[in-house]
Design a protein around this ligand. Structure first.
Ligand code: FAD
Ligand code: FES
Length: 279
């Protein structure tokens, strides 16, 4: 059992949990994830490391409420216990001295980008970050990402804060600019990662994305997380979640992500009825 030590609601639907998990914290690396199961009958959901402290024995996760399990998780309290917290899983993000790295973080994607940007900076890279959200009230961890960056640009879709733009606009401008960009790391909703990869492709700058297919076991045995990259089938849980965005079959990923939409909707409605919440 894994004790929830600290909880913060960062923005209306995004929560931070600090969890006591010393064995996981000891081995955690940027870009990896845990598979969480709330109780004996719960489904298993993957969540990326937002932070960890090996000395303290804690791991920080940040999650967005989208369906039944994340809604149930959001209603847990500090002092409650999570049944399973399995990790670190997945291949850590490849970090070396590339030169200038552009990190693009969209929505809840800011959480995994912070430790990656920090590791890139520690390895001697110049780190430029673009952080985007739909609106000002959905932005979080701006200070942490700024600390991990040499330069940062903030965008909102509605112009309520920073520059009114999608993240792909400053991305394209930076690629067209005088400064050589050696690598791009884009993490956020699939649609954002798809368009970041489409934007950078004509410039030939390697663009790493962190894919979020549906996962079950997280250990390469169930096959649920399969994605096509460069025409080859990969299991995102053991060969990813990071892949070359120019090689990903985005349409197949989107189709597979929609596999259980009807069941997910029904499950959330049923859970809301059971616990007396309004639909
Ligand atoms: C490697 C990885 C890391 C992730 N890290 C984060 C993170 O740090 N923060 C965060 O908010 N979200 C993260 N996600 C997405 C998160 O796992 C899903 O939002 C969560 O599983 C939804 O569960 P649910 O029951 O609340 O919603 P559901 O109603 O079950 O599903 C809602 C959406 O989540 C997707 N989803 C459902 N079950 C899974 C599953 N088992 N695995 C993956 N996707 C699923 C569905 O395709 C659907 O689009 C990550 C996904 C992956 C693959
Ligand atoms: S989640 Fe089962 S093989 Fe990847």
């Amino acid at each position: 059992m894994y004790k929830i030590l600290h909880i913060e609601q960062l923005v209306p639907s995004i929560h931070l949990f600090k969890v006591e998990a010393p064995e996981v914290a000891k081995k955690a690396q940027a870009g990896q994830f845990v598979v969480v199961r709330l109780d004996e009958t719960g489904e298993r959901i993957p969540l990326t490391f937002a932070d960890w402290d090996a000395k303290e024995g804690t791991v920080t996760i940040i999650f967005m409420e989208v369906g039944t399990t994340t809604h149930r998780l959001a209603r847990m309290k500090a002092g409650d216990y999570i049944a399973d917290f399995v990790g670190p899983l997945g291949v850590p993000t490849h970090v070396e001295k590339f030169g200038t790295v552009l990190c693009v973080a969209g929505g809840v994607g800011v959480a995994p980008v912070v430790p990656i940007a920090r590791a890139l900076k520690q390895s001697g890279n110049k780190v430029i970050t673009i952080m985007g959200a739909r609106s000002k009230n959905l932005l979080f961890w701006e200070d942490r990402l700024r600390d991990a960056s040499d330069k940062m640009i903030v965008t909102t879709d509605d112009g309520s804060y920073g520059r009114k733009a999608l993240v792909t606009e400053p991305l394209k401008e930076l690629l067209e600019g005088a400064e050589k960009i050696d690598r791009i790391i884009a993490i956020g909703p699939s649609i954002m990662m798809k368009f970041c990869a489409a934007t950078s492709k004509p410039f030939g700058v390697k663009t790493i994305v962190s894919l979020n297919p549906i996962m079950v076991d997280g250990t390469g045995m169930c096959g649920c997380c399969r994605v096509a990259v460069g025409g080859v089938t990969k299991f995102a849980c053991v060969e990813g979640p990071d892949f070359d965005g120019h090689q990903v079959d985005w349409n197949l990923l989107a189709a597979r992500q929609r596999t259980y939409t009807a069941e997910e909707k029904q499950s959330l409605e049923q859970w809301r009825c059971q616990c007396g919440e309004q639909k």
